[in-house]
Design a protein around this ligand. Sequence first.
Ligand SMILES: [Zn+2]
Length: 293
Amino acid sequence: MPSIERIAEARHAAPASAVAEDPAGIAALLLQHRNVVALTGAGCSAGSGIPDYRDADGNWKHARPVLYQDFIGDPEVRRRYWARSALGWPRFAAALPNPAHQALAGLERRGMLSGIITQNVDRLHQRAGSEAVLDLHGRLDMVRCLGCEARLPRAEWQAELGRENPGWASAEAQLAPDGDAVPAAPDYASFRVPDCQLCHGILKPDVVFYGEAVPAPVTAAARAACDAAGAVLVVGSSLMVYSGFRLVREAAAAGKPVAAINLGRTRADGLFTRHWREDCASALPALLGALDR
Ligand SMILES: [Zn+2]
């Protein structure tokens, strides 16, 4: 057995309120089951410079995201969405995997993780080398036509937005969650959003918006991954979004151990059998190092 007590020593600042610190328990869970599924969220990508929607208490810290119904129903909402997204995309696309992603890929290679279900849309798990990854909320690097279901890479769409709106992408802006950005001088009225070239339909990022249902086959695949796993490890998610919370609730109801590595409060705190309140980018490499000893 590796010296799992060492993981606790690797911690930096323990919050005074932490009562259920259990890094050794999480290491033991991985060693015992060897087919743990990880459910990851924004906290996992925070170390890559991608902002999170929520603070440590699970409250909104930015403007609320665009709702699906508003995007579909209102051309002005789409214009604003794409104008801001055109500003945010270059930096979002340049983000690199951080030690949290790399450690999760390492756990998979060592046969301890059976897979990752991620609520993130940045594809950083895949870029870190994780293979069994389910993008629960889709992927921001693709764009989909709601009329004909054609898909195109976001990079191509970005170039098209650039051609339609010369000079826009170099405007000053502050990065917000999900590739959104807040321009210093918001002037959306003149921003031009092309239709689908094939059917003149509405183009939408290939992600699940707030207020939109996760596609049934994706939900089914996530359930199957949890059913097949011996335990669930929540990493960097407040679980405030129902699709993630529901998976944890179902796993707990099925009697599976559910552990969490997350700094702040979550919607499922009462369901965790083990909890380590630590930053993912510190905790996961320490966990991996201890398991390797
Ligand atoms: Zn189309």
